[in-house]
Design a protein around this ligand. Structure first.
Ligand SMILES: CC(C)(COP(=O)(O)OP(=O)(O)OC[C@H]1O[C@@H](n2cnc3c(N)ncnc32)[C@H](O)[C@@H]1OP(=O)(O)O)[C@@H](O)C(=O)NCCC(=O)NCCS
Length: 168
């Protein structure tokens, strides 16, 4: 398996992979909208390839934490692996690679909404431990954060997602 940054010729195949993984087009559309926004980070839209075919994708993009100031942090979403390639470590490898890259880029914090049993293995913990509040009415355990090397105590407050996230 090879992990690399996405390139524009990959976009249709990435959309197929995401749509197939989620069984609906919403998450692939989210990726397209983010690509065309200021929240897009080209180095953090990653594909996993096997024999030259894209089988997985993960996107980290900017969202905000707001307290006294508006701070940029990363949202990990979506992550998708083709159904026939799931449970072979590809999703884990994509996320791990992305987290390391985000650290290298000097980002401070990553936020994810998902299953604690899956994301805790990467070091994600419930966001409330860091004083970070979800904008969604959800069980607290599913809204998680992972501080990176550049994390500072100032990263507390309310999380604001771009409007497009409300469509998924
Ligand atoms: C979630 C997903 C990206 C994981 O990728 P993967 O390559 O199958 O995962 P890995 O092989 O690296 O890891 C497997 C682990 O993920 C868990 N897992 C699989 N799908 C999961 C899901 N939807 N939610 C939580 N955990 C999941 C498995 O139970 C397994 O756990 P274990 O290691 O304790 O047995 C992939 O299953 C997928 O594309 N699912 C559909 C889309 C989705 O739900 N994306 C996540 C929300 S953004």
């Amino acid at each position: 398996m090879n992990i690399r940054c996405e390139a524009s010729p990959d976009y249709p195949k990435i959309a197929e992979v995401i749509t197939s993984a989620f069984g609906q087009p919403n998450e692939a559309q989210l990726v397209e909208v983010i690509r065309n926004s200021e929240n897009y980070i080209p180095e953090l839209s990653l594909v996993a390839e096997i024999d030259g075919n894209i089988v997985g994708h993960v996107l980290f993009s900017y969202i905000h934490v707001v307290s006294n100031e508006i701070l940029s942090v990363l949202a990990l979403a979506p992550v998708a692996v083709l159904p026939q390639f799931q449970n072979q470590g590809i999703g884990t490898a994509l996320i791990q690679y992305g987290l390391e890259k985000a650290d290298e880029l000097g980002e401070a914090l990553v936020i994810v909404l998902g299953h604690p049993s899956f994301y805790s293995r990467f070091g994600f913990v419930q966001s409330t431990y860091y004083g970070i509040k979800s904008p969604f009415e959800l069980q607290a355990e599913v809204f998680m954060v992972k501080p990176l090397k550049n994390y500072e105590i100032k990263y507390t407050g309310d999380v604001i997602y771009p409007q497009v996230f409300n469509n998924v």
